[in-house]
Design a protein around this ligand. Structure first.
Ligand code: NAP
Length: 302
């Protein structure tokens, strides 16, 4: 099957990674349908340098809500490959990881099986089997999707990023304000990747035979070194406050009393602040060049 006649559905197209992935499939010549909850937000540039996907940058926009299957009639019509990065990061829908990261992707898999879609590319996370990470609600939801894909009969590929530059962008934002807060000692090592580079990995996985791919960027650095780099780029003295794990853990318990969704999210942030997240370098963009790009244009969202 040629690229030009292969039809791809991108679910999560309004998100940080999804916008770059939509762009990457189009650039390689695929016919692309973007699933979104909002055509306007799809068209606008997203935070942390994610591009806008206007009507000219995609073949078809499908407006629907994965949590409302009645809005998905015809979603898979003619589709060969589905890519999904649907999951909770900064959403305020009061839904849990189980309801979004698992249930929405379960709905997509069921639709793929029912309609004869050939391949599913899914974004989970690096280190999901680690002892600290594997019991988190977000990890369980992601890995339930992975397990379901393995028994679905679909061809599939799993992409496991080591952290996104969008999260590093939050460090630059704090450095601009003059102080960076880190959870834990800040000595854990990460190799985050630019969304644009990760999108290329996602399309490579859609095209190739690799089915479980870890992907990091070119730099391996501690959270503290990343924060110091952010201060260096904005030209301010490094002021870093390390929030001890016992205090962060207490805050998670209080937040969970108020909201399960935010409690689970906060627990993920705390655990990510203490474990290493390093994988093979699949991206070429350095964190310094990304920080410089963000710092140069303060009008960009994020
Ligand atoms: N950040 C990291 O370091 C990292 C590392 C490894 C893996 N990941 C995973 O990568 C995936 C994508 O991350 P991202 O940063 O691109 O996230 P993002 O920007 O929040 O995008 C997530 C996508 O999921 C959609 N979504 C969320 N809640 C939804 C709901 N209730 N109903 C329908 N759609 C919903 C969003 O749609 P709307 O825009 O309409 O809300 C968006 O298109 C996530 O599953 C995340 O866990 C992230």
């Amino acid at each position: 099957m040629s690229v030009a006649t292969t039809r791809v559905l991108v679910a999560g197209s309004t998100g940080y990674l999804g916008k770059f992935v939509t762009q990457a499939f189009k650039e390689r010549g695929y016919w692309v349908r973007a699933l979104t909850r909002s055509e306007d937000r799809l068209a606008q540039p997203g935070p942390f340098t994610a591009p806008g996907i206007g009507p000219d940058e995609v073949d078809e926009v499908f407006v629907g809500e994965l949590t409302r299957p009645e809005t998905l009639d015809g979603l898979m019509d003619g589709i060969d490959i589905v890519f999904s990065s649907v999951g909770i990061s900064r959403q305020r829908d009061r839904l849990t990881f189980e309801q979004v990261d698992y249930q929405c992707n379960h709905t997509l898999i069921e639709l793929c099986v029912a309609t004869g879609v050939r391949k599913f590319v899914y974004v989970s996370m690096q280190g999901a089997d680690g002892p600290e990470i594997s019991n988190l609600a977000i990890t369980k939801a992601h890995e339930k999707v992975v397990a379901e894909l393995a028994t679905s009969g679909l061809e599939y590929g799993i992409v496991r990023p080591c952290g996104y530059f969008s999260d590093m962008g939050a460090l630059l934002k704090m450095a601009r304000w003059g102080r960076v807060f880190l959870v834990g000692s800040g000595d854990n090592r990460v190799s985050p990747i630019h969304g644009r580079d990760l999108a290329q990995v996602c399309v490579d996985v859609a095209e190739g035979n690799e089915f479980d791919v870890e992907a990091g960027g070119p730099d391996v650095l501690t959270q503290r070194e990343a924060a110091e780099l952010a201060f260096d780029v904005v030209g301010k003295p490094a002021k870093i406050t390390a929030v001890p794990l016992w205090l962060a853990g207490g805050m998670v318990r209080v937040i969970r009393l108020l909201s399960k969704q935010f409690g689970d999210l906060a627990e993920f942030i705390v655990v990510a602040g203490e474990v290493d997240g390093v994988g093979p370098a699949r991206g070429a963009t350095t964190l310094r060049s990304y920080f410089e790009e963000l710092a140069a244009d303060s009008t960009k969202p994020g």
